[in-house]
Design a protein around this ligand. Structure first.
Ligand code: M6R
Length: 610
């Protein structure tokens, strides 16, 4: 998704912005650009493709500028090319804007500006903002007032930054629906869509809220509402270090993040798992716990991998807390005018906390009076701030586009929620203690599975040329089948489908032949015998089979081509273990195919548009 960085201070902004854009690469993008004021003139350098290509186009020694903005674009309006890349100029080429979001009424604005002589050079919705601001400057307004007047005409979402050589002592930035932070430095200040872009320079940040506009000078910043009231903003100290967002010696962020799971899962439970009491303590739910316990129904809403976590959560909550639970794609939920009651509790799961569909679904739920709760990774993200309560998953920054450690941490948090609710609703302490003890053992069991990395890499080499895959699981492991298939398709571009194993005979079995590998998630649990029958059905049709099986299971080896043996746990927690080999398998297949694992084509880390 588009990334934004801006700098004002005494230093040369060009290397600062280029490095910041590199830090934003993980969000996914197709082109990049940089704009700055040099000797009283505004300059723009843009390129299609990677930031490194942009960097090659810039001779840093040629320019020194202490005021600049940079952008990575993920195309929404207009193809990815150099022209459509940001920044965009106004007509007189003395004002530059970068924009993240979508201007819904850009055609109307474009037509009215065209009627008074403005020319448009790009296919983007964003360019209208530059000309609209320009039209107000021409009426004698200051830059700040021109931005405010322009934004009052704009419908849609924006994280916006503007510089103007007529007022070259400031950046104006504004937010509605797209994240934006101010980085507060010493004699220098920054703006960014994401703290990772500026973390090398400052850990002091201010989160802008929707409807706020800020003037950022080198030694101060002034924040106002769109109706021009000044607001005092709190400065937050970021605890992440740059090391935490580096690859830490691994060849890809995805592998680093898979390998971090013993620690990230431990962090998700830290201080929350009460083993002697057989319960959980979740401070973010304290204020809403009575309402949550009395709700008639729980809904879980999310997208992608977070939605898969929600499915596991449904099984956990229904099995133990016995509260009716439904799982909804946020993108569908927000548009189908769902029936929501004030006695519904709705958990919105989002690693980034910025997914546009999930955020919009949350706003819809709040408007209808439901208890809207967040399960997020990114602290201070939009969904976390909009929620009435919730739980951070504390997985640490997840940079690889394919979500891995966030998924297992989401499952841990859902298990903690299920445990807390169940105990408060009558589960016996002994049963709660058993669950808590098994949760406590998860990090060691994950570490044990990660030792199978080379074995899984070998299996990947055997299957790297397959054109299709079927992933099959039952019960708690059905959502893991969906997640395994999603991991494979998003990074290896191999078609893969996940199914409840029993559904196979209702259609997918027609696909089975020697060219269709099937991955069965078959730990020894209550559905084991059934899944063995499904395995035999595939074997009878010459399908090649990989099984994720319990280490205590010696019989399954005779039925399948490859087994990956994992430790046992209770069925509710099994997905936290069974998904690990599937993450590694997808990773190794994609690496063997020579693909860009961390930034797969067409995908973005944080989908902040509909
Ligand atoms: O940040 P979120 O959890 O809200 O993101 C939701 C999906 O976009 C995300 O899980 C996506 O499916 C991942 N690329 C999957 O690996």
């Amino acid at each position: 998704m588009c990334g934004i960085i801006g700098y004002i201070g005494e230093k040369n902004c060009i290397p600062i912005i280029i490095n910041g854009l590199k830090r934003l690469e993980y969000r996914g993008y197709d082109s990049a650009g940089l704009g700055f004021i040099h000797n009283g003139n505004a300059h723009v350098i843009k390129s299609k493709g990677k930031v490194s290509i942009l960097e090659e186009k810039i001779n840093s020694n040629q320019y020194f500028s202490s005021l600049g903005i940079g952008h990575t674009r993920w195309a929404t309006h207009g193809i990815p090319n150099e022209t459509n890349a940001h920044p965009h100029f106004n007509e007189s080429k003395n004002l530059l804007i970068i924009h993240n979001g979508i201007i819904e009424n850009y055609q109307t604005i474009k037509t009215s500006l065209s009627n008074i002589g403005y020319k448009f050079y790009t296919e983007t919705d964003s360019e209208v903002i530059a000309h609209l601001i320009d039209s107000f400057i021409h009426k004698g307004n200051t830059l700040l007032k021109s931005v405010r007047l322009a934004l009052s005409e704009v419908e849609g979402t924006y994280g916006l930054a503007v510089i103007y050589n007529g007022e070259a002592d400031k950046i104006i930035a504004a937010r509605k629906g797209s994240p934006l932070v101010i980085g507060v430095g010493d004699g220098e200040n920054f703006i960014a869509s994401d703290v990772s872009a500026i973390l090398a320079h400052t850990k002091q940040v201010v989160y802008l809220e929707d409807g706020e506009i800020v003037e950022v000078y080198k030694d101060k910043f002034v924040t106002r509402t769109t109706s021009d009231e000044e607001i005092q903003k709190e400065i937050h100290e970021i605890s992440l270090s740059l090391d935490e967002i580096d690859k830490g010696g691994y060849s890809h962020f995805m592998l680093k993040e898979i390998m971090e799971q013993p620690e990230s899962v431990r962090n998700s439970m830290r201080g929350r798992l009460l083993i002697p009491e057989g319960s959980a303590k979740l401070g973010g739910l304290d204020n809403v716990i009575e309402r949550l316990l009395n709700c008639k129904r729980i809904i879980i809403s999310a997208c992608g991998t977070s939605w898969h976590a929600g499915l596991v959560g449904e099984y956990m909550i229904e099995k133990y807390a016995q509260i009716p639970t439904e799982v909804e794609y946020a993108s569908e939920f927000r548009y189908r005018n769902p029936i929501i009651h004030p006695d519904d509790a709705i958990f919105f799961i989002s690693q980034s906390g910025e997914t546009a569909d999930t955020l919009a679904a949350m706003k819809e739920a709040k408007n209808k009076g439901a208890l809207a709760l967040g399960i997020c990774n990114v602290v201070g993200s939009s969904i976390a701030r909009e929620s009435l309560g919730g739980v951070y998953i504390h997985a640490g920054p997840e940079i690889g586009v394919a979500s891995t450690k966030a998924f297992t941490s989401q499952l841990v948090v859902l298990a903690l929620i299920a445990l807390l609710l169940s105990r408060k609703l009558g589960m016996k302490a002994e049963e709660g203690k058993c669950i808590a003890e098994h949760m406590d053992q998860l990090p060691d069991k994950i570490a044990q599975i990660l030792k199978l990395n080379s074995e899984i890499e070998f299996i990947a080499s055997e299957f790297q040329d397959a054109k299709n895959f079927l992933y099959l699981g039952r019960g708690f492991n059905f959502p893991v089948a969906l997640e395994g298939a999603l991991k494979l398709k998003e990074i290896s571009y191999i078609h893969a489908e996940g199914y409840p194993a029993a559904e196979m005979k209702h259609g997918p079995i027609a696909l089975i032949d020697e060219n269709m590998p099937a991955i069965f998630i078959a730990p020894k649990d209550s559905t084991y015998d059934k899944i063995i029958s499904n395995i035999q059905e595939v074997k009878a049709r010459k399908g090649r089979i990989i099984a994720i099986a319990s280490e205590s299971d010696s019989e399954i080896d005779h039925l399948v081509d490859y087994t990956i043996k994992i430790p046992d746990t209770i069925s509710m927690l099994m997905p936290i273990l069974t998904v690990i080999p599937l993450q590694l398998l997808a990773y190794h297949i994609a690496v063997k195919k020579g693909l860009n694992v961390d930034q797969p084509r067409n995908l973005a880390k944080s989908v902040t548009v509909e």
